[in-house]
Design a protein around this ligand. Structure first.
Ligand SMILES: Nc1ncnc2c1ncn2[C@@H]1O[C@H](COP(=O)(O)OP(=O)(O)OP(=O)(O)O)[C@@H](O)[C@H]1O
Ligand SMILES: O=P(O)(O)OC[C@H]1O[C@H](OP(=O)(O)OP(=O)(O)O)[C@H](O)[C@@H]1O
Ligand SMILES: [Mg+2]
Length: 282
């Protein structure tokens, strides 16, 4: 049975369970459930604190886990990313009150508050900056107002939390994060159960980002139409009963669908339809 770590709380938890559900796995019914077996799919899910997941996976007791790239790097655990999941996207950045420092080079002798000590200590060491780091569990934006630190390093998504605290980002982003699937570094890549799990999640990612497009066009416009809808391999082209017309079917990126429909229409294509893809194996 494949043993998988899933975040039990926080920003990663809901979207991770939703993605697993979309991939056909049973998910826990109550947030208090810590372990759940899905016998049909031969998978056991362990609902763990996101920050602990890389440590469990690196121990080899669990085969794979879903966590944030920032949490993986912060843990220093012996685990590696094998798939990017596209949710819980954020940047990890320094922020200060305006006028404190124009970048990390000016942080010398100051104190930096963060929940991600591992990332910050490494970044400071790499840059040769001699600053202190104080660990706080959360709401680190308040640390400056209360005099615990002059600088914070934290997750930034919309920037609202920083603005509300009267802070501004300084320096370049330390890293970009998103939810990722991890495994123990160097674990065998050919485990069929792991491969099947990854294919299912990849199927969800594709189903979420592509739509199926169907349209009719005159045979003489086919080459131009196919250039607009090249599909993944190549589009399906079938003859229509009306001579000189063909029906075309291809997957297109969902966010480009409306523009492609306009361009096809301008080319003379008609009966242009898009349908959602519910599941997929590439
Ligand atoms: N506002 C946000 N937008 C996007 N991703 C976020 C946001 N806040 C945290 N994350 C991501 O969530 C992961 C941290 O999860 P964790 O559960 O530790 O914290 P949280 O989501 O802030 O929850 P809480 O603070 O309530 O415990 C990290 O990968 C982080 O990048
Ligand atoms: O840029 P924003 O859209 O404002 O998002 C970033 C904020 O979201 C998270 O905080 P959370 O609400 O999880 O509280 P926490 O600081 O206690 O973790 C993170 O720690 C930032 O504070
Ligand atoms: Mg938080």
């Amino acid at each position: 049975m494949l043993r998988i770590a899933v975040p039990n709380k926080g920003s990663l938890s809901g979207p991770a369970s939703a993605m697993l559900h979309e991939a056909g796995y049973q998910q826990r019914k109550e947030s208090k459930e810590l372990v759940m077996v899905d016998p049909e799919n031969e998978v056991e899910f362990f609902y763990l604190r996101p920050r602990d997941i890389a440590i469990y996976v690196s121990s080899g007791k669990l085969d794979i886990g879903i966590t944030g790239r920032d949490l993986l790097l912060d843990s220093g655990a012996n685990a590696e990313e094998i798939l990017q999941l596209g949710f819980a996207r954020s940047t990890f950045r320094y922020a200060t009150k305006p006028g404190t420092a124009s970048g990390p080079a000016g942080f010398g002798g100051m104190t930096i508050a963060t929940s991600y000590e591992g990332i910050v200590a490494k970044h400071l060491a790499d840059q040769g900056i001699d600053a202190s780091v104080v660990h706080l569990d959360g709401a680190v934006e308040t640390a400056i107002e209360l005099g615990v630190a002059q600088i914070i390093a934290d997750v930034v998504e919309t920037g609202t939390s920083l603005r509300n605290a009267g802070l501004e980002v300084v320096g370049e982003p330390i890293l970009k994060s998103e939810a990722v699937v991890i495994r123990r570094t160097g674990a065998p890549t050919d485990d069929p159960k792991v491969q099947q799990f990854l294919r299912r999640l990849q199927g969800v990612l594709v189903a979420r980002s592509y739509v199926m497009m169907d349209y009719d066009c005159r045979a003489e416009h086919l080459e131009q139409a196919v250039a607009l809808t090249p599909g993944l391999e190549s589009p399906t082209v079938s003859p229509l009963h009306n001579e000189g017309w063909v029906a075309v079917r291809a997957m297109v990126p969902a966010r480009e669908a409306q523009r492609i429909m306009d361009d096809l229409y301008a080319l003379g294509a008609r009966a242009i339809l898009t349908t959602e893809i519910h599941a997929c194996r590439l």
